[in-house]
Design a protein around this ligand. Structure first.
Ligand SMILES: [Cu+2]
Length: 414
C-alpha cells in the first residue's frame, strides 16, 4: 500500500512538473485579440477600416506613434447592433501599454463619444505614447453603444526601454505643469490611509474591552446601559465632532489649494466631418457570391461597368480587415499586418484594363489562409449569410476608386 502511495505521489509530482514546464515553454503568440470570435457577418457588415498606417513598429518608452486611416460605416448595418449614434474611437491594447495622447476624426479631437452616420466614410488618427516595454498587438477599434466593440486590424508594435522612465506631463490652464502618471497619488494614499486608520481606531477603542459574551450577558440581564460609560460617550462625541471638523477643514483647505476646478467634461460630439468621397464612376453588380465549406476562399461574379474616362483594373477586395490584392495591379507599401494581407490573394478571371464605357462580367476569387484563420469561414454559423466589402479599382495613372459591394454569400458543399 505504502509503495503504491509513493508511486502515485511521485507520478503526480512528475505530471505537475511537466505541466509547469509545458506552460512555461508554450507561450502562444495570439495574432488576434477578440475579433476572430465575433460573428463573421458582423465584422463584414459594420465598419470597414482601410488605408491604415502605423507610423512605427518599434519605439522607446515616451516616444509617440500614430495610427491613421479611414473607416467606412456600412449602410447595411446589422439589426442587432445599435446604430453608431453613440460611438467611441478606441484603441485595442492590453491595458495602457500606450497612452492615448490624442485621437481625431475628420481633424476634430474626439476624447468623447461621437455620432457616426451610416454610409459615410471618415478619416481618423490616433496618437499613442509608449508606456510599457513589450510586444503589443495594437488594434484600431470602435465601441458602439448598444452594439459592442468593433475591432479593426491589429499590428504588432514593440516598445523598448523601461516603464519607470515613463512620464505624462501636462500643463494645466492654471499654469502648473504636472505629471499625470503620478499626480495627486500621495494625496489619495494619505486620505485613504487617514480615514482607514480613524475607522480602525474607533474599532480598537471598543475592542480593547471584551466584546461578545460579557456584553451579550449584560444586555440579556437588562444592564445594557452599564456597557457605555460617560467616558465612552465623550470619546464618541470626540470622534463624531472630530470627523465633521476634519471634513470641513480639509474641504476648505483643498478649495484654497485648488481654487479653480471644473466639472468633468462630457457629452456626445455630433457633426463629425465625413470625407467627401468622389462620386464613383465604376458600377459593380454582384451577380452571385459563394464560398466553399470547408475552404479558404470566396468567389464573386461581378458585372463591372466603367463610366469614367480612363481604363481601370480591380486591385483589391477588402472585407473584415483582410485585404486580398491582385499583385499585378496593387501592392501594399504600408506594412499592413502579414496575417491580414493576401498579397496575391485576389484572382480575377479577366483583369485586363476595362476601357471607358465598357461592361464586363468577371469571376473574382478572394483566397487566403486569413479567410480561415480569421474565421470568416465561420459565416456558416451566422444567422445572416451576407457579406460586404470594399473593392478598389485603379486606373493607368494609379488613381484609385473605392466601390462598396454587399450581397448574400451562399455556401457550397461540393
Ligand atoms: Cu490583437
Amino acid at each position: 500500500m505504502k509503495i503504491l502511495k509513493d508511486k502515485v505521489t511521485k507520478l503526480s509530482f512528475v505530471a505537475l512538473l511537466m505541466a509547469v514546464t509545458a506552460a512555461m515553454v508554450y507561450t502562444p503568440t495570439a495574432s488576434a485579440h477578440g475579433e476572430k470570435s465575433q460573428a463573421a457577418f458582423m465584422r463584414m457588415r459594420t465598419i470597414h477600416w482601410f488605408d491604415l498606417n502605423w507610423s512605427k513598429e518599434v519605439l522607446a518608452v515616451n516616444d509617440t506613434m500614430t495610427i491613421s486611416g479611414k473607416f467606412h460605416v456600412f449602410a447595411g448595418w446589422p439589426e442587432t447592433v445599435d446604430k453608431p449614434d453613440i460611438s467611441f474611437l478606441n484603441i485595442g491594447i492590453p491595458g495602457p501599454v500606450f497612452i492615448r495622447a490624442g485621437s481625431w476624426i475628420g481633424g476634430q479631437l474626439v476624447p468623447r463619444s461621437v455620432s457616426l452616420e451610416l454610409g459615410e466614410t471618415y478619416e481618423f488618427k490616433v496618437l499613442l505614447k509608449a508606456r510599457r516595454p513589450g510586444d503589443w498587438h495594437v488594434h484600431t477599434m470602435m465601441n458602439v453603444k448598444g452594439g459592442g466593440p468593433i475591432i479593426g486590424p491589429g499590428k504588432w508594435v514593440t516598445v523598448t526601454g523601461s516603464m519607470s522612465s515613463f512620464t505624462n506631463p501636462i500643463t494645466t490652464l492654471t499654469g502648473e505643469t504636472i505629471d499625470l502618471e503620478t499626480y495627486n497619488l500621495s494625496n489619495v494614499y494619505f486620505w485613504h490611509a487617514f480615514w482607514y486608520a480613524l475607522g480602525l481606531a474607533w474599532l480598537a477603542y471598543w475592542a480593547r474591552k471584551p466584546m461578545f459574551i460579557p456584553r451579550l450577558i449584560a444586555v440579556e440581564s437588562g444592564k445594557a446601559d452599564s456597557l457605555i460609560t460617560p467616558t465612552d460617550k465623550k470619546v464618541a462625541l470626540a470622534f463624531g465632532v472630530g470627523a465633521i471638523a476634519i471634513v470641513a477643514m480639509s474641504m476648505s483647505t483643498t478649495n484654497q489649494r485648488y481654487p479653480v476646478t471644473t466639472p468633468l467634461q462630457a457629452g456626445l460630439l455630433r457633426g463629425m466631418k465625413p470625407i467627401e468621397m468622389p462620386a464613383t464612376t465604376i458600377a459593380v453588380k454582384v451577380d452571385d457570391a459563394t464560398y466553399r465549406v470547408p475552404g479558404r476562399a470566396m468567389q464573386m461574379t461581378l458585372t463591372v461597368t466603367n463610366n469614367g474616362d480612363s481604363a481601370v483594373r480591380l486591385g483589391e477586395f477588402n472585407t473584415a480587415g483582410v485585404r486580398f490584392l491582385d499583385s499585378k495591379v496593387a501592392e501594399d507599401t504600408t506594412g499592413y499586418p502579414d496575417d491580414l494581407l493576401a498579397e496575391e490573394g485576389l484572382t480575377v478571371s479577366d483583369n485586363s484594363p476595362l476601357a471607358p464605357g465598357q461592361t464586363r462580367t468577371i469571376q473574382v476569387t478572394a483566397s487566403d489562409a486569413a479567410w480561415e484563420v480569421y474565421r470568416l469561414a465561420d459565416l456558416i454559423y451566422d444567422p445572416d449569410s451576407r457579406f460586404a466589402g470594399l473593392l478598389f479599382f485603379y486606373d493607368e495613372a494609379g488613381n484609385r476608386q473605392m466601390v462598396m459591394v454587399d450581397s448574400s454569400l451562399i455556401p457550397t458543399f461540393t
